[in-house]
Unconditional design. Structure first.
Length: 259
């Protein structure tokens, strides 16, 4: 497991434009003095709406924070009204793209095949996919691990080599009062990590957990996960900093163990 710990935030469509600009400015002030983030021990990425990407890139300029998009077109440049290409995302400074989220699947009918096409498009232009996978209904953790590893493979069919961020988000835990049980998360994320490790094309990839994630979860999961993918909890910059502090402690413990 790498010493670095990854923390991501998706703003979804909760903020208006000016609210998002203000949030990015406040977070940028905090991360500039957060030693774990500035040293690279903790990687932080932020995924706002398309219109908020430019201001976010400007706000976090001079920090290691990465900015991503909440979607990406499976198509290259051309007559695709309403789409945003991976090429354009890279041009404006986005370095990641969230792909395959349960909301995209449920609301817009996106399949594993569409997700795979988007992953391929992103990797072609050096955009790191934040690939969301997870079972729709609560099930035995062994079955959940098997199903999620199979989904990961389907979502990478035809994708060129390159590191990815796998966000394990069991659909039944998204928006729930509590995250999935720690032993369930550990079983699935360990299986996902093993699957990635067995594929030379995915060297440098990490597995993080989303789905009602919050403080204390990283500590409970220990070495079985590489970080967290946060939602509304991170709307409060102080709450996000608390998770970054926890991630810092985990990164330090991993570095010590590897010394």
């Amino acid at each position: 497991m790498p010493a670095q710990v990854t923390v991501g935030v998706s703003l979804k469509m909760y903020f208006g434009h000016h609210e998002a600009v203000d949030w990015c400015a406040r977070m940028a002030d905090r991360v500039r003095t957060h030693t774990a983030v500035t040293s690279g021990a903790v990687r932080l990425f932020v995924i706002p709406t398309y219109l908020q990407i430019g201001p976010a890139v400007d706000a976090f300029r001079g920090t290691p924070v990465q900015v991503g998009a909440q979607d990406v077109s499976p198509y290259d440049l051309g007559p695709y009204t309403g789409e945003v290409s991976a090429a354009e995302l890279a041009e404006v400074g986005a370095s990641l793209a969230e792909i395959g989220h349960a909301e995209r699947r449920r609301l817009f009918g996106e399949t594993d095949a569409i997700t795979a096409a988007k992953a391929a498009a992103a990797l072609q232009y050096g955009i790191t996919p934040v690939l969301c996978v997870g079972e729709t209904e609560r099930r035995d953790r062994t079955d959940a691990a098997s199903a999620t590893v199979a989904q990961l493979g389907a979502c990478l069919t035809g994708a060129p080599a390159g590191p990815i961020i796998v966000a394990y988000e069991p659909v039944w835990a998204i928006g729930a009062p509590e995250p999935a049980p720690a032993d369930h998360i550990s079983a699935v994320t360990t299986a996902l990590t093993a699957s990635l490790a067995a594929d030379p094309a995915r060297t440098g990839s990490v597995v993080i957990y989303g789905g009602s994630a919050g403080p204390g979860l990283l500590t409970a999961l220990g070495g079985s996960v590489d970080g967290l993918f946060l939602g509304r909890f991170a709307h409060d910059p102080d709450a996000l900093v608390a998770v970054l502090d926890e991630a810092s402690a985990l990164a330090a413990s991993r570095a010590g163990a590897g010394a």
